[in-house]
Design a protein around this ligand. Sequence first.
Ligand SMILES: CC(C)(COP(=O)(O)OP(=O)(O)OC[C@H]1O[C@@H](n2cnc3c(N)ncnc32)[C@H](O)[C@@H]1OP(=O)(O)O)[C@@H](O)C(=O)NCCC(=O)NCCS
Length: 156
Amino acid sequence: MGKVELAVMTRAQCHALYQGWENDPALYLEAAEYRPYVYDAATVDRYFDARQTPDRVLFAVLLDGRPIGEVQLKAINRDRRECALSIHLQNDAVKGWGYGTQAERLAVRYAFDRLAMLAVNADAVITNTRSQHVLEKAGFRLVREDVGFRYYRVEQ
Ligand SMILES: CC(C)(COP(=O)(O)OP(=O)(O)OC[C@H]1O[C@@H](n2cnc3c(N)ncnc32)[C@H](O)[C@@H]1OP(=O)(O)O)[C@@H](O)C(=O)NCCC(=O)NCCS
């Protein structure tokens, strides 16, 4: 297993990532909501631009310098000192190798050490047991459950 790094995503990395992107059916509670991903440069530009806000950091997950996924720290609240994490790896070829666990651990460290957060929240569709297991491996604990979702949190 290689070692991954997190880097604040550049526009070029964002395009490289989405050129090889596959949506993961595990993200959808209703299978009928799933749509295959189709790359479109203008859509990726809009996606990238919309994420350059003060309450969010968009990271590339890099393996040997190549983007294999994205992690976001979002809803960054500097008064309450908490934020939320989301993650999506590029496609099935890079899932199941431990990269997601490494990336989540790095993002949590970044939130605590660089953003001075005291807590990081995350949620997962209830059927997405892989994501829930990986959140727990990265130190998150289950705090709440409601229709369709499980909510997790890790505190410094
Ligand atoms: C969720 C995701 C980030 C995990 O990253 P990953 O690199 O694939 O996961 P890892 O290889 O680090 O770890 C996978 C772990 O889940 C376990 N696992 C695999 N399938 C599982 C399943 N269906 N149910 C429970 N655990 C499962 C593996 O055994 C492994 O645990 P172990 O190390 O204790 O054996 C990645 O798969 C992904 O991007 N999925 C699509 C998007 C997504 O679901 N994002 C999360 C939204 S909340």
